[in-house]
Design a protein. Structure first.
Length: 116
């Protein structure tokens, strides 16, 4: 589990995020790619309540990402900016077993996990 986000801890978290996310496209780098075809590089989740965030682009210096947020409601889920620090502050955990895939495949993978 990542350390709490204090002013000192924020630097440690940033370094850990950078190590894990070196291959994630920078913000706006995949802007021309249709959403269904975007590569989801990471997933953060709070399994107990069914919340998950799929990360497609990242500015690791600012802990700011672009991705898909689903707060256990497929009808209200949406693409937008995601602050990684806020996710961590609120108990989200990086899925270290996540294998990058297209958004369409990510949704299939998640639906399969929910049905098991």
């Amino acid at each position: 589990m990542l350390p709490p986000l204090t002013s000192r801890g924020r630097l440690r978290v940033n370094r850990r995020i950078e190590i894990v996310t070196q291959t994630i496209p920078k913000l706006y780098e995949t802007e021309s790619v249709p959403l269904e075809k975007k590569i989801v590089c990471q997933r953060y989740q709070i399994k107990e309540i069914g919340f998950y965030w799929l990360i497609a682009e990242l500015n690791s210096e600012e802990d700011l990402a672009f991705g898909y947020a689903n707060l256990d409601n497929d009808l209200l889920a949406e693409w937008g900016d995601i602050h990684i620090g806020e996710l961590l502050d609120n108990g989200a955990v990086l899925d270290r077993g996540w294998v990058p895939c297209t958004f369409a495949d990510a949704l299939k993978k998640i639906a399969k996990e929910k049905s098991e």
